[in-house]
Design a protein around this ligand. Structure first.
Ligand code: ADP
Ligand code: MG
Length: 315
């Protein structure tokens, strides 16, 4: 937790972003009036295709990119009015894996703790390295670390000042599946201990697995900001897949009314809206048509569908 001498009650929102705009020197409008709150205590996903503006937003919070317009508060601290304290409330794991190759993890963490004014006796260097699975590499040169280890070292570096908000920019790009699981487990554990986590990703599955709430940006504009379940429910589209017990020449008339399609001779694909149609009604229609069912499954709409739909609408 924070080492403030006079601890104020924690804010409701870990991040408050209002009308955030960025136009790069060349004229590229990377963010176009983004307004977004990240409630305290969440794992919050910021999704968007490549080039959407995710890193630009993160880098503004990190103090690495100057915004063109708008406001941002981190843990209730305005980044313009009080940039130093604002930076102290956030830990950022950048997208780029730039680590000085001639430092060891232990040295890097000590250096970072010094930069943030963490007193020697309050440092948790080994505890953090252990948590990210790098304790045995504490004294190895960074250049000898694999990509996955470097990523974890960057996570460790972002945590030395115990920030209440941790932001990870595309944390699992280039990280193999096993390490990804390990990283997620650690992120979940940090969140369970009270750290608000924001992650950007263009892997939908990652967001679906981890995030409580999801915002989507496309071409610098916010196109969604909802709880994950609301976002998924918005689609209201499922598909019933029925393998029938005999070859069919055509979709039975009773099922044609549902918009069913025949794939091959035995697979019937029946789209339906769960809010309006019960799967049982479709099954009853199949039975009424005198067709037996050998097997069945349903396909849920997933974030991929929502994402494509929203990005298409916003294009
Ligand atoms: P994301 O992280 O979502 O992939 P970025 O924030 O990196 O998106 O980029 C948003 C847009 O801004 C892209 O079109 C990108 O090419 C452009 N951009 C990013 N950084 C710079 C820069 N330093 N100068 C000019 N344009 C930039
Ligand atoms: Mg990026």
């Amino acid at each position: 937790m924070q080492t403030s001498p006079n601890p104020a009650p924690p804010p409701d929102n870990a991040l408050e972003i209002a009308g955030l705009t960025k136009i790069y020197a060349g004229g590229k409008r990377a963010l176009d009036g983004v307004t977004l709150n990240v409630p305290r205590g969440m794992v919050f996903g910021l999704l968007g295709p490549n080039g959407a503006g995710k890193s630009t937003l993160i880098n503004i919070l990190a103090g690495l990119v100057n915004k063109t317009g708008g406001r941002a508060k981190i843990w209730d601290i305005d980044i313009d009015a009080n940039p130093r304290d604002a930076r102290g409330a956030i830990g950022i794991v950048p997208q780029e894996l730039n680590i000085d190759p001639f430092f060891t993890p232990r040295e890097l963490l000590d250096l970072q703790a010094g930069l943030y004014g963490v007193p020697a006796k309050a440092r948790r260097t080994m505890e953090i390295l252990e948590a990210v699975g790098l304790a045995d590499k504490a004294d190895a040169y960074a250049r000898t670390l694999s990509g996955g280890m470097r990523r974890r070292l960057l996570v460790a570096k972002a945590l030395v000042h115990s920030p209440p908000v941790l932001v990870l920019d595309e944390p699992t790009a280039g990280v193999d599946i096993e390490l990804r699981q390990g990283l997620w487990a650690y992120v979940r554990a940090l969140n369970a201990q009270g750290t608000t986590v924001v992650l950007t990703t263009h892997y939908l599955q990652e967001a679906e697995e981890l995030c409580d709430r999801i915002a989507i940006i496309n071409r610098g504009k916010l196109v969604a900001d909802e709880s994950k379940s609301a976002l998924l429910a918005r689609l209201d589209a499922k598909e019933l897949r029925l393998t029938v017990d005999r070859d069919l020449a055509a979709v039975p008339a009773a099922l044609a009314a549902f918009g069913a399609k025949l794939e091959g001779a035995r697979l019937l694909l029946v789209p339906y809206r769960p809010s309006r149609t019960k799967a049982a009604d479709i099954l009853a229609a199949v039975a009424a048509a005198g067709v037996g069912i050998a097997d069945l499954s349903t396909r849920e709409s997933d974030l991929e569908d929502v994402f494509l739909q929203l990005v298409r609408q916003a294009a």
